[in-house]
Design a protein around this ligand. Structure first.
Ligand SMILES: [Fe+2]
Length: 179
């Protein structure tokens, strides 16, 4: 391959590519989880949540493509296997249960917040450690998108009654069904 001559060393590019592949993995895990809840949700807020999750998985799908293509633009290869996404991502899966609508929202808020924290750290590293302001700017845009998605989801559960012990409402049904 013709070597890239874009003002970044190979080491800098590889460092950035590694971070982008971690963000790609989390975006993939999050899109799967968002779709699952879009399919499974029941209750009085069915329509709103079903629709908001459709919008969000579409946005996440666009993000996935943009992250993968940025990896290519920097001379790397995006991860493209489920095994790879699971190994490189930080989002936790919860196979085998179907939470209540509130539980689904709470879990996704946690996931978006996790991604926001990761992105914030990656932005700093891209800028300070790898001197790649382009990727820092790109990740900043992604982070702002997750901040907005988290806010929309948070708005569904804020103001809801807390359990007697002050905790958030129960997130699990007694009898788990589905995977
Ligand atoms: Fe759908």
């Amino acid at each position: 391959m013709r070597p890239l001559n874009i003002g970044l060393t190979e080491e800098q590019r590889n460092g950035v590519i590694e971070l982008l592949n971690k963000d790609l993995s989390d975006a993939y895990l999050l899109v799967v989880k968002t779709k699952k809840y879009h399919w499974d949700v029941v209750g009085p807020q069915f329509r709103s949540l079903h629709e908001i999750w459709e919008e969000q998985y579409q946005q996440l799908t666009e993000n996935i493509d943009a992250i993968a293509e940025r990896v290519r633009a920097l001379g790397g290869y995006p991860i493209g296997t489920m095994e790879g996404f699971l190994k490189n991502g930080t989002i936790k899966e919860h196979g085998g249960d179907v939470p209540t609508a509130t539980g689904m929202v709470a879990r996704l808020v946690d996931d978006h917040e996790q991604v926001i924290r990761n992105l914030r750290e990656h932005i700093d590293r891209c800028s300070e450690e790898f001197h790649d302001e382009g990727t820092a700017d790109f990740l900043t845009g992604l982070m702002e998108g997750h901040e907005e998605m988290a806010w929309m989801l948070r708005s569904f559960i804020e103001g809801q009654a807390l359990e007697a012990d002050g905790s958030q409402p129960a997130t699990e049904r007694k009898t788990p069904v589905g995977v």
